[in-house]
Write a protein that binds this ligand. Sequence first.
Ligand SMILES: Nc1ncnc2c1ncn2[C@@H]1O[C@H](COP(=O)(O)OP(=O)(O)OP(=O)(O)O)[C@@H](O)[C@H]1O
Ligand SMILES: [Mn+2]
Length: 269
Amino acid sequence: MSPPADLLSDLVADVDETFLFSPTGSMYDRFLEADEPVVVVAAGNEHDAERYVELPLSFENVRDRIRFGVEGAMDKDYVEDGDTVACAVGVLDEAIDAVIRTTVSASMHSGIYDLFANSRADPNVIRDVFDVAIELGKKGQKGKPVGALFVVGDAGKVMNKSRPLSYNPFEKSHVHVGDPIVNVMLKEFSRLDGAFVISDSGKIVSAYRYLEPAAEGVDIPKGLGARHMAAGAITRDTNSIAIVLSESDGLVRAFKGGKLLLELDPEEY
Ligand SMILES: Nc1ncnc2c1ncn2[C@@H]1O[C@H](COP(=O)(O)OP(=O)(O)OP(=O)(O)O)[C@@H](O)[C@H]1O
Ligand SMILES: [Mn+2]
């Protein structure tokens, strides 16, 4: 074999599982015909794969994408601690152009899958809030960078651990994230201070909440300020997750259980 083929065969030698990230139909069929164990990780199950992990976001960061897929597969018992897997992914493009070998281990568990699948809030609601935060991060408000804080899930408790900074424009409304008009409203109201509180099912409960969670035991990276501290702390104090757009560095971050689990650059989406 040629050196490049050797290199590739080393990468795929003795793997327990192959993960195909957003494969084409013909690629999936080849695995099916060869009767090779395969897990499909994609935005939809177009090929009716028997073992499938749904990707809620495209995860431009390949490491995040792989972690999500592997953690999802662990959660569904497709793989277990100690398994060796080959992940076929698109790094430079959408089409698969790389194979990454890794060993499944419970210790590498970053929580990125749990954030979506095992939170109180509906996974679609979480995805919709990410979409708003990413869009807001891309465009800002009238061209200026803007910050925003969304607390999703366990809204009753979150309301108890916060106070209003201003009138609540969502007081008598029954609007949900994901409705196009709501995204416009969220963007408009994000110019002012405080947090948005969103229920498990996606109802916008309030804007302009000042969070007052207990901050002990929260371990967030140094350099992040009060908004991020409050976001981390509320997720430790309640069963919520928090999605934060930073006004100063433009990144979108997600917290759960008092921990930073995910960092995205809106410019890459
Ligand atoms: N406890 C809180 N609850 C809700 N909103 C808060 C809280 N603390 C701060 N904020 C909001 O965050 C804004 C920015 O505060 P600060 O600069 O300290 O946070 P930060 O973490 O550095 O965020 P950024 O990266 O956006 O600057 C404040 O103007 C306020 O609107
Ligand atoms: Mn700041």
